[in-house]
Ligand binder design. Structure first.
Ligand code: AHR
Length: 354
């Protein structure tokens, strides 16, 4: 996507919030011919900061490009970055792209051109479309870290990616529904998928399809559609599925909001979620737990949004020229079931931050 005047215009109009805490602004130096470049195992040449090897969080200014505010998970992810920046003394320039990739690309360009910015953190809306700004980050000596979502770019373009194994989440989802459907003669699954182009949606769908055959589950034609991570759209999608056929035994919803939408449509169709149709969600937010406790949601596969401490730690390592960081640091995640019982789930929920 070429960086044009129109794109620049887009950025100026949208949301940029700066959390000035530390003095920040430790300039990084684009690697020069003389100093042997510091390279990660993924082949990424690290733009080491001038304060290395003694940089601290107070020397760090981060340009953070968020997807938008599409879900409870996203809100928890955003809070993680804002709160942790305050705790550590990191200067955070937070940008909400309002779920438009053109906004992400233009804000990335802005951060590349901002001499106070040390590192750019991207939660990618799509798996492609960032080549130009990734190349620009190199020439501008900006450290790049991916959080939450992967992109289809070589690891020579970013220091590290910190986020979930979405394929594994797909595997867990299939295993959970296989167990719930073990006594069911029919195993037709309706899929409400995440936003088109998002790695979370692509990989969860792939992982589920890799394992659904283990117990004879199928996703019949016409029963897979995006709910764009939201309740109302997912409710409409599920209502349309049920108009087509009621021979559906389970729903594979790519996040909690989509599962809640499906539950509402199932109930409005006079059916009982958790009895007539088993619904599985992903994220395991507080809202997801509410429906697990009521029994309307049968399973919830966790996706961890509290990634900021790991991301800031990785950026500090990059500023200090640490080459030992892995290209990908998968998140640690669990899974929860209505069958655990309301009391046990309430006790777990009381310990959780989101
Ligand atoms: O990338 C993680 C996904 O993004 C979450 O599962 C979803 O709620 C969010 O929109």
């Amino acid at each position: 996507m070429k960086i044009t005047k129109k794109l620049l215009g887009v950025t100026l109009g949208t949301v940029l919030v700066t959390f000035l805490v530390g003095c920040g602004a430790a300039t990084t130096v684009a690697p020069t011919a003389t100093a042997a470049p510091k390279m990660t195992t993924g082949g990424y040449v690290i733009p080491v900061a001038k304060c290395a090897p003694n940089c601290t969080y107070k020397d760090m200014t981060v340009g953070f490009i968020q997807t938008g505010s599409e879900s409870g998970w996203r809100a928890a992810n955003t809070s993680s970055f804002k709160e942790t920046a305050t705790q550590l003394g990191v200067t955070l320039k937070f940008y909400d792209a309002q779920n438009k990739i053109e906004n992400q690309v233009s804000s990335f360009h802005q951060f590349n051109q901002d001499s106070s910015v040390t590192a750019v953190v991207l939660a990618a809306l799509d798996v492609t479309g960032y080549d130009d700004v990734l190349a620009e980050a190199k020439t501008q000596g900006k450290i790049v870290v991916l959080e939450d979502r992967r992109i289809d770019a070589a690891p020579t373009n970013y220091y590290t990616y910190i986020g979930s194994d979405f394929i594994e989440e797909g595997h867990k989802s299939a295993a959970a529904l296989c167990d719930l459907l073990k006594n069911s003669a029919h195993k037709n699954v309706a899929e409400i998928s995440g936003a088109v182009g998002a790695s979370a949606a692509i990989d969860r769908a792939k992982g589920f399809r890799e394992k659904m055959g283990d117990c004879g589950m199928t996703i019949p034609d016409g029963l897979s559609q995006t709910g764009n991570w939201g309740v109302p759209e997912s409710k409409a999608v599920m209502a349309a599925f049920l108009k087509k056929t009621t021979d559906i035994q389970a729903v594979f919803a790519h996040n909690d909001e989509e599962a809640i939408g499906a539950i509402q449509a199932i109930e409005e169709a006079g059916l009982k979620p958790g009895t007539d149709i088993f619904v599985l969600g992903l994220d395991a937010t507080a809202d997801g737990f509410k429906y697990l406790i009521s029994g309307e949601l049968s399973a919830d596969i966790e996706c961890n949004p509290l990634l900021a401490p790991q991301v800031y730690e990785a950026i500090l390592k990059a500023m200090n020229g640490d080459t030992t960081v892995q290209t990908w640091t998968p998140s640690q995640e669990g899974q929860f079931f209505a069958a655990q019982g309301a009391d046990a789930l309430k006790a777990i929920l009381a310990t959780r931050k989101y």
